[in-house]
Design a protein around this ligand. Structure first.
Ligand SMILES: Cc1cc2nc3c(=O)[nH]c(=O)nc-3n(C[C@H](O)[C@H](O)[C@H](O)COP(=O)(O)OP(=O)(O)OC[C@H]3O[C@@H](n4cnc5c(N)ncnc54)[C@H](O)[C@@H]3O)c2cc1C
Ligand code: SF4
Ligand code: SF4
Ligand code: SF4
Length: 376
């Protein structure tokens, strides 16, 4: 079954490593999923993510409301909330980790190893970002953005790379242990199975949403990326109560949600397990960078690069994660071509966000608007 609701617009996606894996996986199966319009992957570093509800309750127990928080940071083993009134709440990360999402405990990717460019703070001086260029497209974008004055760069200190590798190795080692533990008492962590594309096609042939539910969602592997929602041609997946839910009957031959999900099987052709031996994955260059005209969580590099891509018309739209107006710090993905939206979405929201949902909703909204125009 092939999707028909996508168009050919070029979109830059900013996301956590699991978002980037989902984008790469869908891109790998165009004959099954259809053409996904994401053509630039800007990955973030990510050690863990938090449940918005648990975080809200955790802060509330410490007499802080989400509305009072101006900025969150996770740094040097501490969880920081900078408050609007100038006060700072700081607690050991081990305490905040009670709010961590269960799926993050089996995640092996710290630096968005499948992105075109990966960006994080670790390894660079305060106010600067660490940028890893992984593809020629990523490297050229970085160089052109610097030539056009959107960012400035400098070499990263060796100690920065050592620290980055240490943290990436720590994540891989600890979470590999957790995967082993889970597999010894429960079901396999499917995305870590060794499988090639041919075996993948056979394995997933008859898998539908009920399998996705039992293999991924119910066992605490769902990263809440929204890829299943995006891929479903029947529009019968809803993302409610922090998880995908089925709202209808699946036609017998469909398996698109199962194919698209980054936490079902991931073939060697998409994610070669040799990367397990490389703490930072494959890359061409690592450097420090910062924005020259905008501000962000760290060096503001993500926002500056998106501004460059949009202003120079290299990508037509970007998916960024902003905060909801009526639910403080609840992340909300937006698909936009407006650089002001991108600037507004700068800063890190430490909760999961189904970024692929907005890609489908907006594409469908646009196509409905287009048909309405044709009729009128
Ligand atoms: C959950 C999470 C955990 C992270 N953990 C680490 C870490 O352990 N070590 C490290 O060095 N860096 C980590 N980062 C990355 C870091 O916080 C900054 O995002 C990164 O350094 C880029 O900074 P910047 O100033 O260039 O970005 P900005 O210019 O401020 O842009 C940030 C971009 O991030 C996007 N974004 C914000 N929240 C989310 C979200 N929840 N999901 C997807 N996209 C989002 C926004 O759309 C925005 O475009 C994490 C980010 C997230 C979202
Ligand atoms: S699964 Fe969790 S730790 Fe891994 S990239 Fe996604 S949000 Fe980050
Ligand atoms: S929910 Fe059903 S119809 Fe939708 S993609 Fe999954 S299997 Fe197909
Ligand atoms: S079940 Fe859906 S939302 Fe969850 S990880 Fe898989 S594709 Fe993403």
């Amino acid at each position: 079954m092939t999707q028909t609701h996508k168009d050919q617009k070029s979109v830059a996606l900013v996301g956590t490593p699991c978002h980037i894996i989902a984008a790469e996986k869908m891109d790998h199966y165009p004959n099954i999923i259809g053409d996904v319009p994401v053509d630039f992957k800007l990955g973030l570093f990510c050690m863990e993510n938090f449940s918005h509800t648990y975080l809200k309750n955790f802060l509330s127990q410490n007499n802080i409301e989400m509305d009072d928080v101006k900025e969150f940071r996770v740094e040097k083993g501490q969880f920081w909330a900078y408050l609007e009134n100038g006060e700072v709440f700081k607690t050991p990360l081990s305490k905040a980790k009670t709010c961590m999402r269960k799926n993050c405990q089996v995640c092996m990717d710290y630096t968005s190893e499948l992105a075109d460019l990966s960006v994080g703070s670790v390894g660079s001086a305060p106010g600067w970002s660490t940028v890893i260029a992984r593809t020629e497209k990523g490297l050229k974008t970085l160089q052109k953005a610097e030539n056009e004055g959107y960012i400035e760069t400098k070499p990263i200190p060796d100690s920065g790379i050592v620290l980055l590798e240490k943290l990436a190795n720590k994540k891989k080692k600890e979470n590999r242990e957790e995967i082993k533990n889970r597999e010894s008492v429960a079901r396999p962590v499917l995305y870590r199975r060794y499988i090639n594309d041919e075996e993948f096609t056979e394995e997933v042939a008859s898998c539908q949403f009920t399998d996705l539910k039992s293999d991924v969602i119910d066992v605490g592997s769902c990263v809440l990326c929204g890829a299943c929602y995006y891929a479903c041609p029947e529009n019968i997946i809803a993302i409610e109560d922090r998880k995908p839910q089925l709202k209808g009957d699946c036609p017998p031959e469909c398996n698109l949600c199962y194919v698209a999900c980054p936490r079902t099987y991931l073939s060697q052709e998409i994610l070669n397990r040799e990367l397990d031996q490389k703490p930072l994955g494959n890359y061409i260059k690592i450097l420090s960078a910062r924005a020259t005209r905008v501000e962000g969580q760290d060096g503001g590099v993500v926002t500056a690069l998106l501004n460059y891509l949009l202003k120079e018309n290299i990508t037509k739209q970007a998916i960024v994660v902003d905060k909801m107006d009526d639910n403080p710090w609840k992340p909300e993905a937006i698909l936009t071509s407006d650089v002001d939206d991108v600037k507004k979405a700068a800063g890190t929201k430490y909760s999961a966000c189904p970024v692929f949902k907005v890609l489908k909703d907006n594409t469908e909204k646009n196509s409905k608007n287009d048909s309405a125009k044709e009729v009128s």
